[in-house]
Design a protein around this ligand. Structure first.
Ligand code: AMP
Length: 415
């Protein structure tokens, strides 16, 4: 029996990989232009890193992590998200001694054991940014602006909406949680099984659960319990977004799945499907929790696979096409052709050549299958006369040119 790929993984190739490459180049371009530096953290970490930061009561830690013992009997986990690893790296490498704020971006695969469906995989890719050292709302705006610019450059910003909320600081959240616990006390027995667990372990997650909506209509919301500081911060954030012309809506149900968030949280969701493509927020307590000095921090993570799905659905055209396929009649012609091919490649063209010693007609068929714009034919007559025959495969036009890269380049431009 053939070995097939694991559930929830995918092979990314050909047309789809062009979308990924485009996406990755836009991420790099925008992050560079905002003076963020890339960080590449390990794919696996000590399990404790995630249970401590993401939170023992979260779905990720309780149900979704790929955890195993290595041969040295250590508990290892494939990263289910990046922030914990980036914070670990920040603390371990003493990045707090660098000029503050430290602005980092990342992109790569993450692993969660989840139920498979469209846009939901077990190995998927995230990109994101983290900003360490600023408690100002301006840092939240900086990270939202980076996200916005990337989405704009990809042509999908208008298909998405930005939803924001504040989940308060440690103090006002503690008061709110007390009120929420009291409100749910005599209702929780009739709620879904997941929420019963959440009631004990991660009560705010009850807010974004899609079950028992009737009970939730009257539920107290954190935004009504914010302290003066958190209220002011949230207003500043909104005014900042307005000043920059960034549209948003307040969604009181956004609490984010992970324990480490506080204050501003946000999500980008597709307008059509209401499917979250990314989100983030402030996590001022995490660096401290993972052994560093108290350091305010904010950031976001986007699901890259979901954005690529959007790009595909929009039919963004980014197919790569070879400019020239060389057809050589025999070994000598092949070696002459490859000299020319090298020169044209250095001049920036995408070129290809037969490496199977096939017949003229098979080479011609191949050139048209790979959708080359031109073929350059080098046979005995061409070698004798020091010329090449060029055929435009779109129009069928055919003509000869000197065996000279610059002449060929010019003739291709005028065809
Ligand atoms: P989270 O780290 O859970 O906040 O997720 C951030 C983003 O990653 C989400 O908005 C999704 O776009 C994406 N994402 C989360 N889980 C999956 C998954 N299983 N498959 C594909 N993308 C995902």
């Amino acid at each position: 029996m053939n070995i097939t790929k694991q559930k929830g993984t995918k092979d990314i190739m050909f047309k789809e990989v062009n979308y990924w490459q485009k996406f990755e180049s836009v991420i790099k371009e925008v992050c560079d232009s905002h003076n963020f530096s890339e960080i590449r953290v390990p794919t696996f970490e000590a399990t404790e890193l995630f249970s401590r930061s993401v939170g023992d009561g979260t779905d990720i830690v309780t149900k979704e992590m790929y955890t195993f013992k290595d041969r040295g009997d250590r508990s290892i986990t494939l990263r289910p998200e990046f922030t914990a690893g980036v914070v670990r790296a920040y603390v371990e490498n003493g990045l707090s001694s660098r000029p503050s704020p430290v602005k980092l971006w990342y992109a790569g695969p993450v692993f969660r054991y989840e139920k498979m469906q469209k846009g939901r995989y077990r190995e998927f890719r995230q990109f994101g940014v983290e900003i360490f050292g600023s408690s100002s709302y301006l840092a939240d705006i900086e990270s939202i602006t980076v996200a916005k610019e990337i989405l704009e450059k990809l042509g999908i910003y208008d298909d998405l909406k930005l939803k924001i909320n504040s989940i308060g600081c440690k103090e006002c959240r503690a008061k709110y949680i007390e009120t929420l616990r009291e409100y749910l006390k005599d209702k929780i027995d009739n709620m879904c099984d997941d929420c019963k667990v959440r009631y004990e372990k991660n009560i705010m997650r009850i807010i974004d659960c899609k079950e028992d909506l009737e009970v939730k209509k009257e539920m107290p919301m954190i935004t009504d319990y914010l302290c003066e500081d958190c209220k002011k911060d949230f207003e500043n954030l909104q005014n900042g977004l307005k000043n920059l012309g960034i549209e948003y809506e307040i969604d009181k149900k956004i609490v984010r799945g992970l324990d480490y968030y506080n204050k501003a949280v946000f999500e980008f969701a597709s307008k059509d499907l209401d499917l979250s493509v990314g989100g983030g927020g402030r996590y001022d307590l995490l660096v401290d929790m993972l052994g560093g000095a108290k350091t305010p921090a904010t950031g976001f993570a986007f699901g890259m696979d979901r954005i690529v799905l959007l790009l595909e659905e929009k039919g963004m055209s980014i197919d790569k096409r070879p400019d020239i396929f060389f057809i050589a009649s025999n070994g000598d012609a092949y070696f002459k052709a490859s000299i020319l091919q090298n020169k044209l490649r250095k001049m920036g063209l995408i070129t290809d050549i037969d490496i199977c010693e096939r017949s003229f007609s098979s080479q011609m068929k191949y050139a048209s299958k790979i959708n080359a714009r031109f073929v350059i034919i080098i046979g005995e007559d061409e070698i004798k006369n020091n010329i090449v025959t060029i055929k435009n495969l779109d129009t069928g036009n055919q003509f000869t040119a000197d065996f000279d890269a610059s002449v060929i380049m010019k003739s291709i431009e005028i065809m």
